[in-house]
Design a protein around this ligand. Structure first.
Ligand code: ATP
Length: 435
């Protein structure tokens, strides 16, 4: 994990926010390669969940919602963790996470043996004020999850998009939680992104759609190339379920720090729509056109953390391996669909810049391409392996006469001579085959 964190900072994937001020705990910045990775992951999710289906509509709602939203959802009252303070070192811990070494004296005692206060509930929502005054009436919250606006916008979106049950509304966006102990790199942050789908179904079809989305979401993760043995589904035990939930499961990844949730699939019943209907005094039900039955739809939710998914992808892709010549290389075996740079254009000499730049321009119209003409070619390949670039294209002195370039594939390191005319189609074919 330490090696990966250091690679992420050094190569500009992810690093601590506000670094020059010493950082701010739980907030992370995505650099040039990180933002490409993250955008690719989000685009892939949007493609699979929204674009490829005619029964799912997209939404991009405001981060700040009417504060009543969070009363109706139960967050104001219940979205809290029990916490304890250490009277000696003044640190704060989650009451259910005290079986760890005390940060002040790790060799001597566990946090549970410190001088701790009684557990108190600590609300995880971040507060702000809207308007000129800073009082209770102007208090608002940064959303703790993206889905609540999907419920409050349900009627508007359904009518505008002329959708009938079953159908879904999907959204990707920032969420904020004042986590007591942000940790494990981006895994538990205070600002993060979620990609959520709320799928509205007839009460008689809950099980069927829960099973559908379980399979779909698992397929999505497998498609991204996760090692089979590092991905698993963990159904929630009955005593873990929220009081309104009928079924729930976590899709977990074996991170270097243990099995942890990356996505949740939940049957939320009619809890959310009923609560908002009650708090807003609006009818959020639908009428079945054939039976004329009026009912509140049930909700199947899929909720994945984009940052956690990126972290899992990076962990899964990271490898250090021996290569011929007694050397070692670090390689990120990222799926081509999410790799930040798809192709690197590497002319063998600076003298070949002109024709190499022409090829680069042709490819850049389609993909994120990187151009590098300095240094030893082996070292340039290594630098691309380390950031997961699937293909390197080398333009050499022969290219001027045979109109061919060498394409090197990242994982096998196999090299192939390809005609410049056919290069775009060749690369497109390879990338699509991986899709
Ligand atoms: P956890 O138990 O790990 O706190 P949760 O069960 O509260 O997570 P949900 O409320 O179901 O999580 O949120 C859905 C998804 O959002 C999670 O699967 C995770 O990927 C992501 N997520 C939740 N909290 C965080 C966080 N603090 N930092 C990064 N991602 C998060």
């Amino acid at each position: 994990m330490e090696e990966l964190v250091s690679l992420c900072a050094r190569r500009g994937f992810i690093f601590q926010g506000s670094e020059i001020y010493g950082g701010i705990n739980g907030f992370w910045d995505y650099g040039p390669l990180g933002v490409e990775l993250k955008n690719n992951v989000k685009a892939h999710w949007w493609q699979r969940v929204v674009r490829e289906r005619d029964d799912v509509e997209g939404l991009d709602s405001a981060i700040i919602a009417h504060p009543r939203t969070w009363e109706a959802s139960g967050h104001v009252e219940h979205f809290s963790d029990p916490m304890v303070d250490c009277r000696t070192c003044k640190r704060r811990f989650r009451a259910d996470q005290v079986d760890v070494p005390c940060p002040e004296a790790p060799a001597q005692r566990q946090v549970s043996e410190c001088d701790l206060t009684q557990a108190r509930h600590f609300n995880l929502m971040l507060k702000t004020f809207v308007g000129a005054s800073e009082d209770v009436a102007s208090t608002a919250y940064l959303r703790a999850e993206t889905c609540q606006s999907i419920f409050t916008d349900f009627k508007r979106v359904r009518e505008a998009a002329r959708q009938k049950i079953p159908f879904g509304i999907a959204q990707i966006g920032k969420a904020f939680r004042n986590e007591i102990n942000p940790r494990n790199f981006t895994f538990r942050s205070r600002e993060f992104e979620q990609a959520e789908l709320e799928y509205f179904v007839h009460p008689g079809e809950r099980e069927k759609w829960f099973e559908h989305w379980r399979a779909e979401r698992l397929r999505f993760h497998r498609e991204l190339g996760f090692a089979e043995e590092r991905l698993r589904v963990r159904p929630h035990a009955p005593n873990e379920l929220a009081h309104y939930a009928k079924a729930a499961l976590d899709i977990e990844y074996a991170f270097p720090f243990g099995w942890q949730e990356i996505e949740g699939v939940h049957d939320r019943g009619d809890w959310d729509l009923s609560r908002h209907a009650e708090f807003a005094g609006r009818d959020l039900g639908v009428t079945d056109e054939t039976t004329k039955q009026h009912f509140t739809p049930m909700v199947i939710e899929t909720s994945v953390g984009i940052d956690r998914l990126c972290l899992a992808l990076l962990c899964d892709a990271y490898a250090v391996e021996a290569i011929p010549g007694g050397e070692e290389r670090v390689v990120l075996r990222l799926h081509a669909a999410v790799a930040p740079i798809k192709v690197a254009l590497l002319p063998l000499s600076k003298k070949l810049a002109e024709p190499a730049r022409a090829i680069e321009r042709g490819l850049r119209a389609r993909w994120n391409v990187f151009y590098d003409d300095s240094g030893n070619i082996g070292r340039r390949y290594r630098r691309q392996d380390e950031v997961g670039t699937p293909y390197c294209v080398t333009y050499d002195f022969d290219s001027q006469t045979d109109a061919k370039v060498t394409v090197r594939e990242r994982d096998s390191m196999r090299q192939e001579r390809v005609g410049i005319d056919a290069l775009l189609d060749y690369l497109r074919g390879r990338m699509e085959a991986a899709d």
